[in-house]
Design a protein around this ligand. Structure first.
Ligand SMILES: NC(=O)c1ccc[n+]([C@@H]2O[C@H](COP(=O)([O-])OP(=O)(O)OC[C@H]3O[C@@H](n4cnc5c(N)ncnc54)[C@H](OP(=O)(O)O)[C@@H]3O)[C@@H](O)[C@H]2O)c1
Length: 251
């Protein structure tokens, strides 16, 4: 199998949650591979800052401010992308949140927000992107940043509703793939499931929890490498699932 990013040069990618962590690392690598990347997040200024550091690279990073827990803002992001950059060829559903409470004592509004950002936004963005790909005859690629917690549950404190949203991503990825197949489209769907990655998502973790994982973490770039691998495969090859864990991770 010959791996190459050449077919994506000059094409448009939308990356949600590009203002930090894994999303920022993915946006950076896609720009370095020559893509026109629209980074979507609430902290647009952070994406603007990242874009400045990428000036002179093969591709370009654009920033769009949106709260993806609001469906209309997701739609606005795709409309702006189509009008100002071009039709989307790659969607990376990356943005995610985790409040780290419990099911028994957690806050219902926090759960709702988690479902909206982690799961509903992925559904809405995928719908928007695939409509645009179909309209423009683009054999595109949807990448869902999942988690090992989307495949099995292990003993970590305060998991709350987060694994339920990631199990939803596992189901959504496969359901979407079947729909795409039944429509005979050539759009690929890949789930990328990281173990622990050193990002700001752990900022609200208490010390005891953090000590459980701090010696065994991936870097955001490791996940971006996995995304680029899935995108680099030839048109007839589809990577369904990539699990990426740090060596020595116990769960
Ligand atoms: N870190 C890990 O150990 C790990 C492991 C497995 C899976 N993951 C998954 O990887 C993905 C990225 O996580 P990360 O670790 O890189 O987290 P992070 O550093 O906290 O970054 C989260 C990103 O999501 C964006 N986001 C959150 N709420 C949003 C909203 N309402 N609207 C728009 N954007 C929003 C944030 O942007 P703004 O705040 O600027 O809006 C930020 O760019 C998530 O799906 C997460 O579940 C992470």
């Amino acid at each position: 199998m010959v791996l190459s990013m050449e077919r994506w040069v000059g094409k448009v990618a939308v990356v949600t949650g590009a203002s930090a962590g894994i999303g920022a690392a993915i946006a950076k690598q896609l720009v370095e591979h020559g893509l026109l990347v629209v980074g979507v997040a609430r902290r647009k200024e952070r994406i603007d800052e990242l874009a400045k550091t990428l000036e002179g690279k093969k591709g370009k990073l654009f920033a769009f401010k949106a709260d993806i827990s609001i469906g209309e803002e997701i739609k606005a992001a795709f409309a702006w992308t189509t009008d100002n950059v071009g039709p989307v060829a790659i969607l990376v559903n990356n943005a995610g949140i985790h409040y780290r409470t419990t099911i028994i004592d957690g806050d219902v509004e926090a759960w709702r927000k988690t479902i909206d950002v982690n799961l509903m936004a992925t559904c809405i963005a995928s719908k928007e992107a695939i409509h645009i790909m179909r309209k423009n005859n683009i054999d595109g690629h949807v990448i869902n940043i999942n988690s090992i917690l989307g495949h099995y549950i292990f003993k970590l404190p305060n998991l709350d509703i987060y694994p339920a949203t990631k199990y939803g991503i596992t189901a959504l990825t496969e359901t979407l793939r079947l729909e795409i197949n039944s429509l005979k489209l050539k759009i690929k769907v890949t789930s990328v499931s990281p173990g622990v990655v050193n990002t700001e998502i752990f900022e609200n973790m208490d010390r005891k929890q953090f000590d459980l994982v701090k010696n065994c973490m991936l870097n955001p770039e490791d996940i971006a490498d996995g995304v680029v691998y899935a995108l680099s495969t030839p048109p007839h090859v589809q990577v369904h699932e990539i699990t990426i864990k740090p060596v020595g991770e116990d769960f």
